[in-house]
Design a protein around this ligand. Sequence first.
Ligand code: ADP
Ligand code: ASP
Ligand code: MG
Length: 446
Amino acid sequence: MIILKFGGTSVSTHERLETICTIVQEEKERQPVVVVSAIRGVTDLLLSLPSASVNERKSIFVQIRGLHGKLLDQYDSSLQDQVLPFLEQCEQEIQKILASKKKNSELSDAIVSYGEIMSSYLIATVMDHFGISAKAIKATELIVTDNEFGSAEFLPKETTAKTKAILDPLLKEGIVPVITGFIGSTSNGKVTTLGRGGSDYSAAIIGYALSAEEIQIWTDVDGIYSADPRFIKDAKLLPQVSYREAAELAAFGAKVLHPRTIRPAMQKNIPVRVCNTLNPTNEGTIITKDIAVEKRIAAIATKKHITLVTIYSTEMLFKKGFLAEVFALFTKHHISVDLVSVSEVSVSISLENDEHLSAAMADLKAIGTVTRSESCGMIALIGEGVGSVGHIMHTVFSTFESNNIVTQMISQSTANINISLVIPSEQIDTAVVLLHARLINQKGAK
Ligand code: ADP
Ligand code: ASP
Ligand code: MG
């Protein structure tokens, strides 16, 4: 069996929906299981509902109806008669949740889940219309998560049991499940989400639970490139990428995959393929455990607007467990750390801007002098054996020096897969253009 995940852009025009039907038809022999995102734009609209005024809410609902209606206009009235009442029912349920007394993050997850609930129903109905026997399934019935609303983690044992119990009989009957991406539910039935862009992760989780033969992520580019192809026009398409490279790329900012997607696939050694709905005959990028390259800079990923926190303490010199104390504080405040660099008397940590950071800073001040620089950016050079590729650091530093780019922190581990540098956020665009040209396309001064 094979998992086919279609992202927001892949489900947002009726031409794309027809491409999806063709892809599903062609994979019929391999028992396709479909995972879908919300229609592009719907998630943001739903997220804006809780803080909107009554009038603003009316206009948001009109826009959400419009985004779905635009797709339905292309089909005959029987299909519309089936989908429109469902969308109306969803709207009423959202209104009820808005009026409820749920806590902020819980409320937001319950509301935003309707993006995928509506799209999966619409897409399953369109598939039926095309003669594919399909059924919309809410992942709240399959994926069991912890209580971390907004960024929940799945529980493998419980999820596997539920997913198999519900999907196996459908697959045996030749029905294509069309599952909501992005969402799950706690063991006591509260709706959770897996983080923005989380439908990729949903596909990997379902693939893990069903021990799929392949997980395909269908998006709007031909595969994984050596840099974001929207920004670097001559970025190179990578036919093969290792799990480690893909995981690093996703973690360090490449939006093409949700950061947690690779882990479940890697645990069961399931290949992940990234393909383009706009160019379906292209092979895409295949992500597997081993690749036939010993050392390379495969790609450059970037993150902007990150924070650099430095804790300085002379006690660090003599004290055992100092670092443990620092990291325990980040754990206490639910803050996840990206890069770390340590000297005799200081530790620098880079992290994504986090609402909990101010509270953590107050605690950190009890163990040392703390400085915080906002507006930093991170640039990561990623590839198997990247540290063994000659001249990298020389090229990086000479490029930075001749373009007045200031390095604020460097991190490279013996895992030899990633060299990361923190520089001012406003210099990230220049740095990625220059380093991509010099290190990947081998153009210009070294
Ligand atoms: P979807 O809606 O299908 O989930 P996303 O917008 O989340 O699609 O991810 C696809 C986008 O990821 C591409 O349009 C591209 O701009 C961006 N991207 C960033 N880095 C890379 C990269 N290294 N390779 C391919 N795409 C990338
Ligand atoms: N719809 C969700 C989002 O926009 C999840 C996804 O598209 O993967 O973040
Ligand atoms: Mg995405």
